[in-house]
Design a protein around this ligand. Structure first.
Ligand SMILES: [Zn+2]
Length: 189
C-alpha cells in the first residue's frame, strides 16, 4: 500500500492558499478534488471550496493520487514540453547563429517537424524562428559595431550573414537605422 504524505489543512495553511502566499510554496501543494488539479499556494487560480482541498507535502504524492499539475502555477517546477522546445530552439540558435542555419537542421536537432516547431515557437515567443535568428544576429552585431576597427563586411560575416547588404537590410528592419548610423550615434555617447 502506498502511504501518501497528506497534511492537515490548518487555518494558517488555508490562509496561505487564500492569500496566494508564495512563502508557503516550498511547504506544501494543494490538490482540488472538483477539478483534479493541484497548485502551489501562490497560484492565482480561483479559490476552491475548502472541503475539496487536500494538502500534500510532495507533488509526487498528488500525481500518485491522480491529480494533474496546474498549467498556471506549474507546481512541479518543470517546464512544459512546449517551453522545453523553445528553450532548445533558442539554445541551438545561440550556439550556431554564426553559421548558416537551416530549419531542417534545427528540426532534426529538436526532434520535431519544421511545421510543428515553427507553430509552437510562434505561439510562445510571438515571432518566427527565423525572426528570432535575425534578432540574435543583429543584436550581436550591435556589440561588434562598438569596435571601430571592424568593418561592416567583417561584422556581417561574423554574425552569420553572407553579404553586408543582407546584414544592413536586416539591421534596419530590427533597429530602424543603418549599422553605420548606429555606430555614429554610439561614438557620440
Ligand atoms: Zn495553480
Amino acid at each position: 500500500m502506498i502511504i501518501l504524505s497528506k497534511l492537515n489543512l490548518t487555518q494558517s495553511r488555508w490562509n496561505d492558499i487564500k492569500n496566494n502566499n508564495s512563502h508557503a510554496d516550498d511547504q506544501f501543494i494543494y490538490a482540488v478534488k472538483s477539478t483534479m488539479i493541484f497548485c502551489k499556494p501562490s497560484c492565482s487560480a480561483k479559490l476552491p471550496a475548502k472541503e475539496n482541498v487536500t494538502l500534500y507535502n510532495d507533488y509526487h504524492d498528488a500525481i500518485t493520487a491522480g491529480y494533474r499539475p496546474c498549467k498556471k502555477c506549474n507546481p512541479t517546477g518543470r517546464f512544459t514540453d512546449k517551453e522545453e522546445w523553445c528553450i532548445q530552439i533558442k539554445n541551438y540558435i545561440t550556439r550556431h547563429y554564426q553559421q548558416p542555419i537551416t530549419l531542417d537542421e534545427l528540426a532534426n536537432h529538436c526532434h520535431g517537424s519544421i511545421y510543428h516547431l515553427s507553430r509552437v515557437f510562434k505561439e510562445l515567443e510571438g515571432m518566427t524562428i527565423i525572426d528570432y535568428l535575425h534578432l540574435v544576429r543583429t543584436t550581436e552585431a550591435k556589440k561588434l559595431l562598438a569596435d571601430q576597427m571592424l568593418d561592416l563586411t567583417t561584422i556581417a560575416l561574423t554574425v552569420g550573414y553572407k553579404t553586408p547588404s543582407q546584414f544592413i537590410k536586416k539591421f534596419k528592419q530590427y533597429f530602424h537605422l543603418t549599422p553605420h548610423k548606429f555606430r555614429q550615434q554610439f561614438t557620440k555617447l
